[in-house]
Design a protein around this ligand. Sequence first.
Ligand code: MF3
Ligand code: CO
Ligand code: CO
Length: 256
Amino acid sequence: MISLKNKAQISKMRDAGKILYEVEQEVRQAIRPGVTTAQLDILAERLIRKNRAIPSSLHYEGYPCSICASINDEVVHGIPSDRRVLKEGDIISIDCTVLLDGWQADSAFTAGVGTISAEAEKLIRVTEECFWKAMQECVTGKRLGDIGHAVQQHAETNGCTPIREFTGHGIGREMHEDPSVLNYGEPGRGLRLRGGMTLAIEPMISAGDWHLSVDEDGWCARTLDHSLTAHYEHTIAVAEEGLPEILTLPGFSWEA
Ligand code: MF3
Ligand code: CO
Ligand code: CO
């Protein structure tokens, strides 16, 4: 079931999104060689709670931490650990969800650790571009297939591949609501978008093949061919007219 949100509800999600944005800025600044993913998790949890919000991932279906920290070939759900030390040239995807006053916000980004390869730089850039291509389709009257197609088209044009086993999703009172938002698809197919839909749009892109395996911890998903992957996610609200509001990018406006 898809729940449309009214202005007051979207406003609460915007408040959650602002906190999440600030948390992610702090985590981004802490990324450097020698830092452990556990340190990033502790930093995120402390900032979330300081803002009187709740880290939604912690205990979600048994997940043990407040962020997912996925390095290089790890796509999603990398569990922070004090044995995972970032090293020069790694790329790390940080994915975090916060709950404020009953409303969720979900966002992810990939960053380089120190100097990274040209291939890694390109993958991060293409993944972010996939998100912005998707935004052009998050418009009342367009369909979910238009979003998926936009992501797939941009990834494949650049020699990359969207991940298929994980998707974007509706979001609101719950972290994961209907519908699923695939990162591949056919234009003109699928559910029609409407004002008041709130969605987590999250291209997950591989520099190689999209097939994944899950580690023995039951969480961490990585590419079978060990290709690098990147992730870029924001929570957005479809508008009645025109381009969506990006709830996890406070102050952002489409006017240049
Ligand atoms: N933030 C993730 C998403 O984008 C979900 C987190 S899974 C958890 O959908 F187990 F870490 F909570
Ligand atoms: Co997320
Ligand atoms: Co999400």
